[in-house]
Design a protein around this ligand. Structure first.
Ligand SMILES: [Zn+2]
Length: 212
């Protein structure tokens, strides 16, 4: 399988495009109660969420974390997608995820650099140009937050404004998205969209449809 192109932000123009419509988005089942008010305020004001995660990507993140939750093992992966702008607001669309063999333990997890080829083999070569828009990892049983190590990872690898970090706790059924905020981090609202609106939404979302 040929590796898809992963294009850096500097080479890519941010396209103007409306986000997935509110009729095709919903709150993540695991969203913490403390984040619900912010979520509702964006929906009620017809605002743009900073992050839209496809149902497929959401399921893959959740299942990856759940598959190793009982072992207490942290899992990790890249978020793949695009950055768009609508009415002067930039937002990130997470279409899919990719991960690889991990050097995982109960306290830390990191990508094995020797296996990046395996990671890219997971990306299909359907003509979609993926961009890495962030990362996800799990905190089995520890709730969602960014540890000092997580913040360092974010600063060194995911420091662009559109980069996000998704943290999921498969044992407590919690999920949050974060971004850097000064020396620390802050939660950012996100929503889950599903893709059945492709036809009414135009060419853009048809592009990633797989054959068969
Ligand atoms: Zn962490």
């Amino acid at each position: 399988m040929s590796a898809p192109k992963v294009i850096s932000e500097t080479k890519r123009e941010v396209k103007h495009n409306p986000p997935p419509p509110v009729t095709h988005t919903r709150k993540h089942y695991w969203l913490a109660e403390s984040s619900e008010e912010l979520y509702r305020s964006i929906v009620l004001s017809s605002g743009v969420f900073p992050v839209y995660i496809s149902k497929k990507a959401e399921q893959r993140i959740r299942n990856h974390a759940l598959n190793h939750g009982d072992d207490g093992i942290e899992v990790m992966g890249f978020l793949l997608g695009e950055v768009f702008e609508h009415m002067g607001t930039k937002y990130t669309v997470v279409r899919d995820v990719a991960t690889t063999t991990l050097e995982a333990s109960e306290v830390s997890v990191k990508f094995d650099k020797g296996n990046m080829g395996e990671l890219f083999d997971q990306l299909d070569g359907s003509g979609f140009d993926y961009m890495i828009v962030g990362w996800y990892h799990s905190h089995p049983g520890h709730s969602c937050f960014m540890s000092p190590t997580d913040i360092r990872t974010q600063k060194s690898m995911f420091s662009e404004g559109y980069h996000c970090a998704i943290v999921v706790d498969p044992l407590k059924s919690e999920i949050e998205a974060y971004t850097l905020d000064g020396d620390g981090y802050k939660p950012i609202p996100f929503t889950v969209y599903w893709e059945e609106y492709e036809d009414s939404y135009g060419k853009l979302y048809k592009k990633k449809r797989r054959k068969g």
